[in-house]
Design a protein around this ligand. Structure first.
Ligand SMILES: Nc1nc2c(ncn2[C@@H]2O[C@H](COP(=O)(O)OP(=O)(O)O)[C@@H](O)[C@H]2O)c(=O)[nH]1
Ligand SMILES: [Mg+2]
Length: 322
């Protein structure tokens, strides 16, 4: 996309957010954006796709590339999610490797690099969730050990996206790294994904919050029909969305629906509020539960939820009606 009339001193930088599941990548992206674009939950593997979160500070455009957490699992869904993370670090100017400071940070980085085959160029290590760290920590020493695994790790920060501690230092230094060049996104654009994508995310976010055990991981959301709000005869008509929540097993259908539909209603109500805030109109959200056995191995579904095949993909060619 060519944006005309750019200021000659515009700057831009693309920064990937990498790490293990639950490290706090999406929370940091949201904190920097100033609103909850990316979905967050206390359960790991909430983010499944790589996408851009765009913010502009003065003349500097910062494109944060949120990615799924990298972890080991032979399952096709996870293989493709790891692939998304690798793809998310390609062609960026800087990698932020987020590590939960409440865990054994060296061990976390070892596990991350075991699964992440893409070579990391310029990298900063970000120790996260420091609001929960009680004891005195020698982050400098921990960082030195991490440098032995990630030789391109240049420096480290310890931050809390919850309390905001040190986040201003990080963002200031990211701005300093940005080089002069045109902005890639027009003013006001916040992502390379559309509202339809975020609608499925907001539905899945609520499913992650409400459902327990393994069920969230066996849930996917696909849009069946999406009609933008429009005006007709001087009346503003609602955005109309019809979406399916896919589950793996028939027994999960009842759990997602809940007693007298209570659970699906709760998911729908909360997701609708967030979608309404995004699209700026009232939303009519129609949710159904559909049993789609082993959807997480089904190429058709995986493609539909934005997870194309990667090099390590298994041969999984199934039809929509599996
Ligand atoms: N206490 C605390 N919790 C955090 C912080 N950042 C993230 N979290 C929590 O960690 C969990 C995972 O966060 P999320 O951003 O989804 O991690 P991601 O998988 O790396 O994207 C959520 O429950 C967040 O609320 C932080 O700075 N402090
Ligand atoms: Mg995330």
């Amino acid at each position: 996309m060519l944006i005309t009339d750019q200021h000659p001193h515009n700057k831009s930088i693309m920064v990937s957010l990498l790490g293990k599941p639950n490290a706090g990548k999406s929370t940091l992206a949201n904190h920097l954006l100033g609103f909850d674009l990316s979905i967050v939950s206390s359960k790991p593997q909430t983010t499944r796709n790589t996408f851009h979160c765009v913010l502009t500070i003065d003349r500097t455009e910062i494109i944060l590339v949120d990615t799924p957490g990298v972890h080991s699992s032979g399952q096709e869904l996870n293989v493709r999610m790891n692939g998304q993370a690798e793809y998310g670090s390609e062609g960026t100017d800087l990698n932020l490797l987020l590590v939960d400071a409440n865990k054994d940070t060296l061990e976390e980085v070892k596990e991350f690099s075991k699964e992440f085959e893409h070579k990391l160029d310029k990298t900063w290590v970000i120790f996260t969730k420091t609001d929960r760290v009680k004891e005195d920590r020698d982050f400098e020493a921990e960082f030195s050990e991490i440098q032995k695994i990630i030789p391109n790790a240049e420096r480290f920060f310890n931050i809390s996206a919850k309390s905001g501690d040190n986040v201003h230092l990080l963002i200031g230094d990211i701005c300093d790294e940005a080089e002069e060049g045109p902005h890639l996104y027009p003013n006001g654009n916040v992502s390379n994904k559309n509202e339809r994508f975020f609608a499925t995310e907001y539905i899945r976010e609520q499913a992650f919050k409400v459902l327990k055990d393994e069920i969230p991981y066996e849930v996917a959301v696909v849009i069946e029909d999406y009609q933008d709000a429009f005006e007709k005869d001087e009346k503003k008509l609602d955005t109309r969305i019809s979406a399916s929540i896919l589950v793996n097993r028939p027994s999960q259908r009842g759990i997602v629906v809940g007693k007298k539909g209570a659970i699906i209603k709760q998911i729908g109500t909360e997701a609708r509020k967030k979608i309404e805030a995004m699209v700026g109109s009232r939303v009519h959200l129609n949710l159904h539960v559909k049993v789609s056995p082993k959807w997480f191995k089904n190429n058709f579904v995986l493609e539909e939820i934005g997870l194309p095949r990667v090099q390590k993909s298994k041969r999984v060619w199934r039809s929509r009606n599996d």
